[in-house]
Design a protein around this ligand. Structure first.
Ligand code: BGC
Length: 712
């Protein structure tokens, strides 16, 4: 392969080399469509994004492979964050299933559809840990925890890439956006990030390292700067750390127009300077802004880059194309047989399963759920029959229909009299429809209130300063709640919403996020009890936006939060605790952790520790329980978080059944980064907590002692 690449490289002109580094949005080519085609034929575009569909893609691939001088095939890239044609739950929701098998299966199912549309590279998985629900892109990420995001990274890379990139059933994927994009100031998209090196190393980078270890083919640096250095130009991270220390040998692709944006950041004077900074930092492909094709010739002349820098990037791109098998069969993906009806039905069933398994039962007082066969149901609210809104931020190729709550309920409860009244729109300020909604609610046995956000209130460029219900939805909800009827709230949203008044007054509340194509059927399955809810929050749910950032792995501080202590770290006008902790999620049954034991209780460096927890189903129905294992190192030379997630286990239990789940840690799991950010294991006591969420009052503790290591 490398001989072939060297021969090709030796025969390339500068324009052709830069062409390989040039990725263009086929939906919005800078020079128009004819110019794009001309450039593909001239070999000065090496890859395209935002295009799918066999015919269109084949025609463009033909231009590259039959008309261009060197016949180098194109890569076609697309964002497949949570499905292609069939839409799965948004990543923040799916993360709450805490199931790497499911994460892998939905990625694999997505590419069954995507690859047939000719796509060979997806800009997923998104691995930005995020602790700020104001940031619109929280919907795209796997939540607040680095350990979870790392397992998610591995599962998604396996799902997209399989074990062999050249096999026709696999496509290349991208770990994005490196790094700390989830920590943008005030949750404003594209804003600056200024986090410590420690936070980078402990929280924001591990998911990317996990993706690299899993063999991810490409990495995308994030738009943001980190303490003044835009990630697109951050050679210390991209080159030294990711390529140097982690051994990443793949392709780095810039984010959309991010190279030219180095000028707006204020670190480059012109396109040549911007292109040189990005190339030198390790960015191989320049997305959409033509900064490389236009800027690098001048950068070469000025001596800002050398031909060897360009060659290095071209080699990596050619290598990826070869590894994808495109030189052998540039049409291999689009020529696959269409999906059989059975395969399509399996994907739909998976989308339904994923939807049901991503719903978090936040509250369930007075046994409001599951529904007890009510005759008359009032389905009130603007999100009950809003098919487009079920999709969430990414649905490039989806048909414009999804199963809504109304559709799902009607299918699941054909006997019930379901009356749907929207009452208000999602965002508008007209509350003229509220009286009709109240009348419908008054006549019903139970009220289902379908409230939330539009799909466009999260996702890129959709940060919000207030994480509350938009429009007049609160007025609608309060008018209905005032009737004193049983009310179940069904929330549709891309972020946790601060709604303490609703959580206090509704009998039951479901967090249903954006669940995708099968949303309504998943929701109906939970409402009726056909599916016993099992998902948990992958992100802490604030009581109020003023608590942000609030997350489980914070530090103790010298004055730990205490409502009784005046001089303690807290807000005087807000609770200390979040509305719901990380990991929260109820079931229709009751589980208890009845025993936790760690063995051996004394360990030496290099040894393995087994932690066993016994779980009992103490309720009346079968269900799936998730238990978390947290670690705390109470005395260390660098203060450690009050809880650090180290494992997740699941068990499906019949009523009355007990099962033992097992976690394995080794002493490396007890390590932390010392004052010089070097891994260090220190002797002493470690606390281990096992339980259903990060709520300390619900965790069962045990301890282990590490002997024979350095002392704090
Ligand atoms: C987003 C990326 C995405 C790219 C291509 C950018 O605006 O930040 O996440 O992969 O567009 O669609």
């Amino acid at each position: 392969m490398s001989d072939r690449i060297e021969r090709l490289l030796a025969s390339m002109t500068l324009e052709e080399k830069l062409g390989q580094l040039n990725m263009i949005d086929a939906g919005m080519p800078p020079g128009g469509e004819d110019e794009m085609k001309r450039q593909i034929g001239a070999g000065t575009i090496g890859s395209l994004l935002n295009i799918h569909g066999a015919e269109k893609l084949n025609a463009l691939q033909r231009l590259a492979c039959e008309e261009s001088r060197l016949r180098i095939p194109l890569i076609f890239g697309l964002d497949v964050l949570h499905g292609h044609y069939t839409i799965f739950p948004i990543p923040l929701a799916e993360a709450g299933a805490f199931d790497p098998n499911l994460w892998e299966k939905t990625a694999r199912a997505s590419i069954e559809e995507t690859r047939r549309a000719g796509v060979t590279l997806t800009f997923a998985p998104m691995l930005d840990v995020c602790r700020d629900p104001r940031w619109g892109r929280i919907a795209e990420c796997p939540g607040e925890d680095a350990w979870v995001a790392s397992r998610y990274a591995e599962a998604k890379v396996r799902g997209f890439q399989g074990s062999d990139l050249s096999a026709p059933e696999n496509i290349a994927c991208t770990a994005k956006h490196l790094g700390a994009y989830g920590a943008v100031a005030a949750g404003r998209d594209y804003a600056s990030v200024d986090v410590s090196e420690r936070l980078m190393a402990e929280v924001y980078l591990p998911p990317f390292e996990a993706a690299v270890k899993a063999g991810v083919a490409t990495i995308m640096p994030s738009f943001n700067d980190l303490a003044g250095i835009p990630m697109t130009a951050h050679g210390r991270f991209l080159n030294d750390l990711v390529r140097g220390q982690w051994g990443f040998a793949g392709v780095m692709v810039s984010d959309y127009t991010a190279v030219a944006e180095l000028i707006a950041h204020g670190v480059a004077e012109d396109l040549a300077g911007a292109a040189a900074l990005a190339l030198k930092a390790g960015v191989d492909i320049d997305m959409q802004d033509e900064a490389y094709v236009r800027g690098l010739p001048a950068a070469l002349e000025r001596g800002l880059v050398a031909m060897a820098d360009i060659d290095r990037a071209v080699r990596r791109v050619l290598d990826l194309k070869m590894r994808l098998g495109l030189f052998d069969d540039p049409y291999r993906h689009v020529s696959a047989a269409p999906l059989s009806a059975d395969a399509a039905a399996e994907i739909t069933a998976l989308a339904r399963e994923a939807a049901a398994r991503s719903i978090v039962l936040l509250k369930n007082d007075k046994g409001g759920l599951p529904l007890k066969n009510p005759k008359r149901i009032a389905l009130i609210g603007p999100l009950a029959d809003a098919p487009l809104e079920m999709f969430g931020p990414w649905f490039a190729a989806a048909p414009l229909h999804s199963a809504t709550v109304l559709e799902g309920l009607r299918a699941a409860m054909p006997e019930a009299d379901i009356r749907h009244v929207p009452g208000v729109t999602i965002e508008g300020d007209d509350d003229g429809g509220i009286p009709d909604a109240v009348t419908a609610a008054r006549d019903a046995d139970i009220v289902l209130l379908s409230l939330g956000e539009t799909k466009d209130m999260t996702g890129e460029a959709h940060s919000r300063g207030r994480i509350e219900l938009p429009g007049r939805q609160r007025a609608l909800a309060e008018a209905v709640l005032a009737l004193g009827k049983p009310v179940v709230a069904i929330l549709t949203h891309g972020r946790p919403l601060a709604l303490p008044w609703l959580f206090e007054r509704a009998d039951a509340v479901l967090a249903t996020w954006f669940l995708g194509s099968e949303a309504g059927h998943g929701i109906a399955a939970v409402l009726t009890g056909a599916h016993n809810p099992s998902a948990r929050l992958a992100v802490t749910w604030p009581y109020d936006g003023g608590q942000i950032p609030i997350y489980h792995s914070h530090r103790s501080t010298g004055r730990p939060a205490n409502p009784e202590v005046y001089f303690s770290t807290r807000h005087t006008d807000l609770p200390i605790e979040p509305q719901f902790p990380f990991g929260h999620g109820l079931s229709y049954t009751r589980f208890a952790v009845t025993a936790v034991a760690a063995a051996p209780a004394e360990v030496a460096p290099g040894e393995t520790i087994t932690i066993e927890a016994e779980i009992e189903n103490q309720g009346e129905v079968a269900g799936e329980e998730t238990v978390f294992l947290f670690l705390r190192d109470p005395v260390a030379s660098v203060a450690r978080p009050v809880l650090e997630l180290k494992g997740v286990a699941k068990a499906v239990l019949k009523p009355g059944e007990r099962k033992v789940v097992r976690f394995t840690l080794n002493t490396d799991d007890l390590a932390f980064l010392d004052r010089d950010l070097k891994p260090r294991v220190e002797a002493g006591l470690f606390e281990i907590f096992v339980g259903p969420s990060a709520d300390r009052t619900r965790l069962t503790a045990t301890t282990i002692h590490l002997r024979g290591a350095a002392t704090p």
